[in-house]
Write a protein that binds this ligand. Structure first.
Ligand code: ARG
Ligand code: ZN
Length: 480
C-alpha cells in the first residue's frame, strides 16, 4: 500500500483532467526489497530490471587531498579510498513509487532519478530510493529510467557464509574485487542477484603507475595529472557477481585467438614467469571448449593473475577469470568452461549453482580424458568414492555456507556424466550440451529448465536419474 505524497496530488489531478490515457494513473508501489532467493532472500530487488550500469570509480587520494597539506600522501594504499558514481539504467516491471538497491558499506552522498534529486534511505545493505514526485510517471511499468548514485568511502572485504573472503580485497599494491555470491555490493550499488544481468561501462581512475583492469574491452585510457582513467566496456549481459576490478602493477598482454577472440591478460609481475606457459594455453583451451560446448559466448577472453592474499580461490569473472596465483591447466579449463556455464548460461537462483560448477568440473574431467589419458569413467569413479560428494544433493545445499562445497562440484559433474551414459552416444551427448548453451545463451536457467530440456531433447523419462543423482540424499548402489 502506498501513501501518495501531497506534492503528487496536483499532478494526478492534472493528468485526470487532461484525460491522460493511463487507466491505472501514476499510482505506484515500492519495489520488493529482495527477490526471495532460496539462500539470500534479501538479495536483489524487485520492481525493475537493470539494463546497464555506468560505473565511475576514482581510487586513491583526490586531487584536493594531493594538493593540500599531505596526510598519508599518495604512497598510501591506493585502493583504500573510493569515490564512485553509479549510473543505473533500468526498466520498471511495475508502477514504482520507490525501489531498492543493494550496497554494503560506503557512504551514499546523494542520488537522482531522471535528473531530479531523490530521497535516499539507508538500512544496512538496503538503499531505498524514492524519486521526486515530478518524475514518478517515468517509473511506470515498462518505462526505462535512470538513477545516479554518488558514493564514497573505504570499500571492504566481506566474509561470506562459507567463511571465504569476497568483496573488495586489498593486495600488496592495490585491490581486486570478487563478487560470488554477494561481494559486488561492496563496491557498487545495484540489483545484486544473478537473475538481473546487464551491460556495463566500468571506468576506473587510478594513480600512476597503477593499472586498472576489468571485464570486457578496454575502450579508452586517458592520463591527466598523474592519474589514468581506464574505461572497460562489457556489451554482453553480465551478472553482477561476475564483475571485477583489479588495480595494481600488472604485466599486460594483448592478442587475438585464430578465431578472432580478443585476449587480454594482466599478471602480477611476481607471478608472470610462473603464469606464462599456462596462459599461453588459453587459445587452445577455448578452441577445445568451443568444440564441445558451442561457440565462445563473448568477444573477449583472458585472465587476471594477482595474489589476492585474503582469498585463495579462482573466480570465473566474465571474460577474464581471476586467479590467486599461476593456475594449473585444470583450473584454467574450469574457469574458462564457466564462461559458457555460469557466465553465459547463468543460474536463475543460487540453488541452481550446480549447473555452473557441475559442468565446469565435468570440463576438467573431459580435458583430463583428452589430454592426460585419464578415462572419464575413472574421474567419475573417484568422485563417486569420495564421501565429501555425498554430504547433500547438488541441487539442494542445506545452507548458503554449503554452496561452494564438494557435492555442487563433484556430484554436479556426476549428474552430467549419468546423462551421458543415458544418452549412450557421444555425438548426441555433445549436441545436447551445445543445444543447452545455445538455448539459454546470455540468459538465466534453473534446474527445472535443465531437466525438462534434457528429457525433451533425449525423449527419455529420466525421473529416476534425477531422483537418484540430482535430488537423492544418499549414495546409490554402484550399479544403480
Ligand atoms: N566459482 C568459483 C569456482 O570457479 C568459486 C568461487 C568461490 N566463492 C566463494 N565465495 N567461496 O569454482
Ligand atoms: Zn567453478
Amino acid at each position: 500500500m502506498n501513501l501518495r505524497t501531497p506534492a503528487a496530488v496536483p499532478l494526478l489531478l492534472a493528468l485526470a483532467l487532461l484525460g491522460a490515457g493511463c487507466s491505472g494513473g501514476v499510482e505506484g508501489t515500492p519495489g520488493a526489497v529482495g527477490l526471495r532467493d532460496p539462500y539470500f532472500p534479501g538479495l536483489g530487488n524487485g520492481g525493475y530490471d537493470v539494463t546497464h550500469y555506468g560505473l565511475k570509480l576514482d581510487l586513491g587520494p583526490s586531487a584536493d587531498e594531493l594538493s593540500g597539506p599531505s596526510t598519508d600522501g599518495p604512497s598510501g594504499p591506493a585502493a583504500d579510498r573510493l569515490r564512485g558514481t553509479a549510473t543505473i539504467t533500468a526498466r520498471a516491471t511495475q508502477d514504482l513509487s520507490a525501489f531498492h538497491l543493494d550496497l554494503a558499506g560506503l557512504d551514499v552522498e546523494g542520488a537522482t532519478v531522471e535528473g531530479r534529486p531523490a530521497a535516499v534511505n539507508r538500512a544496512g545493505k538496503e538503499l531505498t530510493i524514492r524519486p521526486a514526485a515530478a518524475v514518478e510517471d517515468r517509473l511506470r511499468k515498462g518505462r526505462t529510467f535512470t538513477t545516479v548514485v554518488r558514493y564514497s568511502g573505504s570499500p571492504q572485504a566481506i566474509t561470506d557464509a562459507g567463511g571465504d573472503k569476497e568483496g573488495w580485497l586489498r593486495t600488496a599494491d592495490g585491490a581486486v574485487a570478487l563478487g560470488e555470491p554477494t561481494g559486488s555490493m561492496a563496491w557498487f550499488p545495484g540489483n545484486h542477484h544473478p537473475s538481473d544481468k546487464a551491460t556495463y561501462d566500468i571506468e576506473v581512475t587510478v594513480p600512476d603507475p597503477l593499472t586498472a583492469v576489468s571485464n570486457g574491452e578496454l575502450v579508452s585510457r586517458r592520463t591527466e595529472n598523474g592519474r589514468t582513467a581506464y574505461l572497460w566496456r562489457t556489451t554482453e549481459p553480465m551478472a553482477s557477481y561476475l564483475a571485477t576490478v583489479a588495480v595494481g602493477r600488472f604485466t599486460t598482454h594483448q592478442s587475438r585467438t585464430p578465431e578472432g577472440i580478443r585476449l587480454f591478460t594482466a599478471v602480477d609481475p611476481e607471478s608472470a614467469a610462473g603464469s606464462r606457459d599456462v596462459l599461453a594455453e588459453i587459445p587452445a583451451v577455448l578452441a577445445w571448449s568451443a568444440e564441445r560446448f558451442g561457440p565462445y559466448p563473448f568477444r573477449s577472453a583472458g585472465a587476471i593473475v594477482e595474489r589476492t592474499g585474503d582469498s585463495t580461490y579462482a573466480l570465473e569473472t566474465q571474460n577474464r577469470p581471476v586467479f590467486p596465483g599461476p593456475p594449473d591447466t585444470a583450473l584454467l579449463v574450469h574457469e574458462l568452461a564457466h564462461q559458457w556455464f555460469g557466465n553465459s548460461v547463468t543460474p536463475a537462483t543460487w540453488r541452481d549453482l550446480w549447473l555452473s560448477e557441475g559442468f565446469a568440473t565435468y570440463a576438467e574431467w573431459l580435458w583430463a580424458a583428452d589430454h592426460d589419458g585419464v578415462p572419464i569413467g575413472k574421474s567419475f569413479e573417484e568422485a563417486y568414492a569420495d564421501d565429501a560428494n555425498w554430504a547433500f544433493p547438488p541441487a539442494g545445499p542445506p545452507a548458503a555456507g554449503d554452496l561452494f562445497s564438494s557435492p555442487v562440484y563433484g556430484r554436479g559433474a556426476m549428474v552430467v556424466h549419468r546423462i551421458r551414459l543415458a544418452v549412450d552416444d557421444d555425438r548426441a551427448f555433445f549436441a545436447l550440451v551445445r543445444g543447452w548453451t545455445k538455448a539459454h545463451r546470455h540468459r538465466n536457467a534453473a534446474t527445472e529448465d535443465f531437466t525438462a530440456y534434457v528429457e525433451e531433447r533425449t525423449g527419455q523419462d529420466l525421473t529416476e536419474l534425477w531422483d537418484t543423482w540430482l535430488y537423492g540424499e544418499s549414495r546409490p548402489p554402484k550399479e544403480g
